[in-house]
Design a protein around this ligand. Structure first.
Ligand code: NAD
Length: 454
């Protein structure tokens, strides 16, 4: 498999891919390793994860360069991800022992009723490329601390990073038969589905996620899906500073080139501030520096995957044909690499694909609304349910909308953020199950009920 640098289209290296027989051998190794690993105290497993975090910190510059070279993520943002994702380890260190400890629920008349948490066994983690540190850690670090062995399939667009995870986890003391990487694309993922793995944790598109869930249904094992979104932001007329709101909305939409599952993908603006907001966001977006991801001041690098260039172009054409106004951008940048101009479209409607299908690129549609009720109706008009944001001075006004929104996460005066303290989950086509928080660690264990009579 050729690993391509999306900024230059040069081949970085070639990797040998796995196949059905090599993943079977890896699985069998993990099956043996898991039992010894699960027998260790939580504290010992946690110590190796903390050591892994220290190694990541020491090598952060190199790791960021690797991540940037295979995904096109600007170097500064790559470093931000490598360092920022360490908060998962801090969170585990503070809480894992407490959350995995046996719980005595009742003890009376010589009868003790308690819950003990047991690892699931060997789990598969089929992952995405857009934030491989964040979404990887949400699964494999929590799984390891809980006593599972992990067969980790990084995305084919983040394989070098995946191999680094393996190297550093082993160096930190995670046994070589407890975490193993499977390299390759969809076919290797498919091979994992054929193995008698105990649970599957998938991060990726709705299309692949749905296929995996259907394929695995007859196994009756846990299947968790972290999928895409079409996340709305509503900017109410009472925001204290329209320009600042526009700048923050733009960052929510364009950070990581819009390739975030929780990127702002649709913006609704109250008519009273619409014109001011629109000119401010267009000005902000026009000033974004696009180009070489290794340059320090670059905000937008190339897209990671070439085919997405056509998806974005098609969304722009469809929107314009149906009456949208192109405020800026709209085209592939004519140079080597998968660069697309940062694009803003106004006067959009829900008839347009731009407002219905995940764009996953540097492109945003902005629609004028007359009231909170109209904004709510449009925000709800989607098959997805990952996050939704409201910018307003009035917390109560935002909370009234939040109660009615069918999403796993809501944001007031912020957006496009994930925290280990609270669960990360999608509703509807955005997924199934939880990562992060105590719910996220419990996803990797199964409870056993103990009834103990003296
Ligand atoms: P994708 O569905 O193309 O691929 C995801 C993974 O599935 C890759 O490792 C791929 O090799 C593997 N795969 C592909 N076909 C397979 C098959 N038939 N069987 C088994 N595995 C298979 O998604 P992607 O392009 O890597 O990721 C982008 C998507 O992920 C976006 O929709 C984004 O919103 C979503 N995402 C969601 C979250 C979240 O937390 N909700 C986080 C990051 C990304």
């Amino acid at each position: 498999m050729k690993i391509i640098n999306p900024a230059t289209e040069a081949v970085i290296t070639e990797l040998k891919v796995d196949d059905a027989s090599s993943v079977k051998i890896k699985y069998e190794k993990l099956q043996k390793g898991q039992k010894k690993w699960a027998a260790l105290p939580v504290k010992d497993r946690l110590d190796t994860i903390v050591k892994f975090g220290d190694l990541v910190k020491q090598q952060a510059d190199d790791l960021a360069r690797i991540l940037s070279s295979e995904t096109g993520k600007p170097l500064a943002q790559a470093k931000g991800e490598v360092m920022g994702s360490l908060n998962r380890i801090t969170h585990l260190k503070a809480n894992a022992e407490k959350w995995l400890a046996p719980e005595v629920i009742s003890s009376e008349n010589g009868m003790e009723e308690s819950i003990r948490y047991e690892a699931l066994g060997v789990i598969a983690n089929i992952s995405a490329w857009n934030f491989p540190y964040n979404v990887g850690y949400n699964v494999f670090l929590y799984a390891l601390v809980s006593g599972n062995a992990v067969l980790y399939k990084p995305s084919e667009f983040a394989s070098l990073t995946g191999l680094k995870f393996q190297e550093l986890l082993w160096e930190a003391g995670v046994p070589e038969d407890v975490f193993i990487t499977a390299i390759g694309g969809g076919a290797v993922g498919e091979a994992l589905l054929e193995l008698p793995i105990d649970a599957y944790f998938f991060t990726g598109s709705y299309r692949t996620g749905k296929y995996i869930a259907e394929k695995l249904a007859e196994k009756l094992v846990p299947v968790q899906l972290e999928l895409g979104g079409k996340d709305p932001l509503y900017v109410a007329d009472d925001v204290s500073d329209v320009k600042e709101a526009a700048e923050n909305a733009a960052i929510g939409a364009f950070y990581n080139n819009g390739q975030s599952c929780c990127a702002v993908e649709r913006i609704y603006v109250h008519e009273k501030i619409y014109d001011e907001f629109l000119s401010a966001i267009v000005e902000s977006v026009k000033n974004y520096k696009v180009g070489d991801p290794t340059a320090e001041d670059t905000f937008l690098g190339p897209l990671t995957r070439r085919p997405q260039l056509q998806v974005l172009r098609a969304q722009v054409e469809d929107a314009i044909k149906q009456g949208a106004k192109l405020e800026c951008g709209g085209e592939r940048i004519k140079q080597k690499g998968y660069f697309f101009e940062p694009t803003v479209l106004s006067d959009v409607s829900h008839q347009m694909e731009l407002m219905q299908e995940e764009s996953f690129g540097p492109i945003i549609g902005i629609q004028k609304v007359k009231s909170d009720e109209e904004a709510l109706e449009l925000m709800q008009d989607t098959d997805y349910g990952l996050t939704a944001a409201v910018f307003s001075k009035d917390k109560k006004r935002a909370e009234k909308l939040f109660e009615q929104l069918n999403t796993g996460t809501v944001y007031w005066n912020c957006c496009d953020r994930v925290s280990p303290n609270v669960p990360w989950s999608g509703r509807k086509k955005s997924g199934l199950g939880f990562t992060l928080s105590y719910l996220g660690i419990r996803a990797f264990v199964q409870p056993k009920a103990y009834h103990l009579k003296e």
